[in-house]
Design a protein around this ligand. Sequence first.
Ligand SMILES: Nc1ncnc2c1ncn2[C@@H]1O[C@H](COP(=O)(O)OP(=O)(O)O)[C@@H](O)[C@H]1O
Ligand SMILES: [Mg+2]
Length: 349
Amino acid sequence: MSKKTVAIICGGRSSEHEISCLSAGGVLAGLDRSLYDPVLIGITKTGNWVLLPNDYPLAIINGALPTVDERATPLVADVHGFAVNGKALHIDVVFPALHGPFGEDGTIQGFFEIANIAYVGSGVMASAAAMDKSFSKTIFAAAGMAVAPGIVVTGESWKAMITDISYPVFVKPARGGSSRGTHKVKSGAGLEAALKDAFTFDRKVMIESAVVGREIECAVLESNGSVQASVVGEIIIDSRFEFYDFEAKYLDNATTVKVPADIPAAASEQIRDSAVAAFKALGCSGLARVDFFYTDKGEVVINEINTMPGFTGTSMYPKLMAATGVGYSALINALISTALARTNGVLGN
Ligand SMILES: Nc1ncnc2c1ncn2[C@@H]1O[C@H](COP(=O)(O)OP(=O)(O)O)[C@@H](O)[C@H]1O
Ligand SMILES: [Mg+2]
C-alpha cells in the first residue's frame, strides 16, 4: 500500500486555538510514518489558512502556549482542495485537530464535504448538534438519558425568560468549550454578571441546576465499522477549584485523572452504554468523548459530548483508549482508516 498523505489541521478562530495546536502536536508526533506522510496546515486566529513546516513548534515552551503564526506561507483551501503558491497540494485525508466553533461545530466539516475531502471525526449534523448543548441535551433526553434541568436564554431576552431559579446554577455558553464563560452562581446577586460574561462567548446561554457529583468521562471509538466505549475515567479536581474550570483544566497539577474510575461496576457499565447510545443518537462518526456526572445517589447524568476532544498524548481521550488497549498511534491509525472508509457523508450515521 502506498503511503497516504494526512493533513493535520490546527489552530482556528475559536478560543481553543492554542489547545488545538497542542492536540495537533500530539497527532503529528504519534502519526505512524510508515503508513502516512504528514502535512501540517494552520488556521490563524484571524482565520487565514497557512502551510506550516512539520517541525513547527506545537508544544508549551517556557509556559507559553503555541499559536499559528499569521506570517506563515499562505495556503488556499477551496472546492478543489488545497494549493500553495498556485500549486495543488495532494491530500488523502484530513485530521482536523480543531476544537470549538469553526472546527468542531460542522462548519469546516461542511467545507470538507463540498471539496470532497475525507476527514476524521463526525459529519456536519452530528458536529453541529454536539457543539450546541441546547440541541444535544434535547437529543440525550429524548434517548432516555438524565440531563441537568435548565433553560436556554438569549442575549436580548434573558430577563423575561427567567422566572424562578433555585441556586446554585451553572451559567455557560451553549456553544462554548474549555469552560470559557462558564460560572457557578450561588445566588441571584451573581446571575447578571455571569450571564454578561457568558454572552461574550455566545448569544445563547444555558442556565442549569448544579449537579452534585463526580465527573466521569468515557471515550467512544468507531473502528472497523463498530462503535466501542472505553473504560471510564474520573476527573479529580483539586479542592481549591469550585468546578472543572479553565485553570483546573490546563494548569499543571490542578487535576488528576483516575483511569479506570473507582466507581461500582454497574455504574461504569451504565456510563459506557450511555456513551455509545449518545454517540449513536447524535449520529457521530470516528470519535467522541462523552462526559457524565455520577451523583452521590448513584445517578448517571450526561453532561456533554465532544466530537473532537483534547487529543494530546496525555489528554483524557487517548488515555482512556490506551487503558482499553488502543495505544496512541494505533488510535490515530484507526481514526484515519475509519475516515477513509466512511461513506455516511454529510448527514452522519
Ligand atoms: N449543570 C452542571 N452541574 C455541575 N457542574 C457543571 C454543570 N455544568 C457545567 N458544570 C461544570 O463546568 C464544567 C464545564 O462545563 P461543560 O458543560 O462541560 O462545558 P465545556 O464545553 O466548556 O467543557 C464541567 O466540567 C463541570 O465542572
Ligand atoms: Mg466539558
